[in-house]
Design a protein around this ligand. Structure first.
Ligand SMILES: [Zn+2]
Ligand SMILES: [Zn+2]
Length: 427
């Protein structure tokens, strides 16, 4: 069994976490509660270690129990007296193991330990500084706080969700009175009314049109847009134009039979190397929704690829740019576009930008999402599902949206289809 030395996807860490906590629960009865900390708790796209904080009233006994379970030699006392255990956990379905760290705290320091182990360093410093200005010294192992809210209260701040703590100026939002509202308005999975990007067996999806509709309905969605690939994306079963048109006839017929769910005619149209679209204007005009995405030649020089995006965004039928950077986490960093120019064009042309929820993409990322929001550009949060179960990846997109401080109203598909259409270029 090899232990991964690379960061792993947040989504990939989930089953490992389940396995680890299950093992702990059955083998170590002294654990009263546990919570993830570190970058996992902050919902970062990738994570280096699975860090779990354990609550116990009896640290000595916990130490013995953990030693018996994982080996005494793995346990270390930290400078502040807390316990640390290094190990690795293997997944049920994977040969790869990932590293974990177990940390422990007594209930009276639980909030303190949660706060300091969650990080990141810049956020800790700022909260500690604000508390110090009020004459309160906060330090690990020295300032007892049962809950994290006690720490923030000492700094005259509301509790800040972990996913916002990487935002450098998040505490300053309290100074202008917007922090509480922004925390309250953060987008959640249940806010999504529709999904605007998915594939079927017509191209490279593994479920049929009807099956995707059933899956969308089962998940409480009100509308879905089918966006299969165009011909240029031959590796993904891209459809020649006449087949796309034939699929849309089928969607029209299906729609007449559906009750309480609207299925819409869309396409994920490839943006060719010169910025042209891989479908005729006539066909694009017939679509309810057009996602324009780059799939090839992502390594074009910055000026060239930026112009390619601009040309696509200037097209009157293009509603949204799909997976804008094209990054594949751990494999391709994504294209080198001029983000400012792209954002400006998105705003001026009324083209939305996508947050693609595929955990390997998460594209736009949290930082770009925040920039887009600041510039008033609506974000489409899509699954890009290639199967019925693939619709569930929106939870990973939501993680990044929240890290990007997107509110419900910043995400296009939290609105009804009528409103989405009205706000889009096609409306
Ligand atoms: Zn794509
Ligand atoms: Zn797609």
């Amino acid at each position: 069994m090899s232990v991964s030395t690379q960061r792993f996807l947040w989504a990939g860490g989930l089953p490992y976490l389940d396995g680890l906590t299950e093992a702990l629960r059955s083998a170590v009865p002294t654990i009263e509660a546990h919570e993830c900390v570190g970058s996992f708790r902050r919902l970062c796209a990738t994570v280096g270690n699975l860090d779990v904080l354990l609550k116990t009233v009896d640290p000595e006994r916990l130490s013995r129990d953990l030693g018996a379970c994982f080996g005494k030699e793995r346990i270390r006392r930290e400078k502040d007296g807390s316990l640390l255990l290094h190990g690795s956990v293997s997944g049920r379905a994977s040969k790869q193991a990932i590293p974990f760290r177990l940390l422990a705290s007594t209930p009276d320091f639980w909030g303190t330990a949660l706060f300091f182990h969650t990080g990141p360093a810049g956020h800790l410093e700022e909260v500690v500084r604000r508390a110090a200005c009020r004459g309160i010294a906060i330090a690990p192992g020295k300032f007892p706080a049962c809950e994290e809210t006690d720490i923030y209260a000492a700094a005259a701040l509301p509790w800040i969700p972990p996913e916002l703590r990487d935002i450098p100026d998040v505490c300053d939002w309290a100074d202008n009175g917007s922090l509480t509202d922004r925390i309250r308005d953060l987008v959640g999975v249940n806010d999504l009314q529709g999904d605007l990007h998915m594939h079927t067996t017509w191209s490279d999806g593994s479920n049929s049109l009807e099956e995707m509709c059933t899956a969308a309905r089962d998940r409480g969605l009100r509308y879905l847009v089918i966006t299969d690939h165009t011909e240029r994306v031959f590796v993904a079963g891209g459809l020649p134009e006449e087949q796309t048109l034939r699929q849309w006839d089928e969607i029209d017929a299906l729609n007449n039979r559906l009750d309480g769910l609207t299925v819409l005619k869309g396409v994920e149209c490839d943006v060719l190397e010169n910025g042209d679209l891989d479908l005729s204007d006539h066909a694009l005009a017939r679509a309810d929704w057009v996602v324009a995405s780059l799939h090839f030649e992502l390594d074009q020089p910055r000026g060239q690829i930026t112009r390619r995006f601009l040309k696509a965004m200037e097209h009157p039928e293009v509603c949204v740019i799909g997976h804008p950077t094209g990054r594949i986490i751990g494999h391709h960093p994504g294209c080198d576009f001029d983000a400012e120019t792209i954002f400006k064009a998105a705003r001026e042309t009324g083209t939305f930008l996508e947050l693609n929820s595929n955990p390997r993409r998460l594209d736009l990322d949290d930082v770009h999402c925040r920039s887009a929001r600041e510039r008033g550009i609506p974000i489409v949060l899509s699954s890009d599902a290639h199967s019925a179960d693939g619709l569930d990846v929106v939870r990973f997109g939501i993680n990044q949206a929240r890290r990007g401080a997107l509110g419900k109203s910043d995400v296009v598909n939290t609105f009804s289809w009528e409103d989405v259409k009205k706000r889009s270029k096609k409306g």
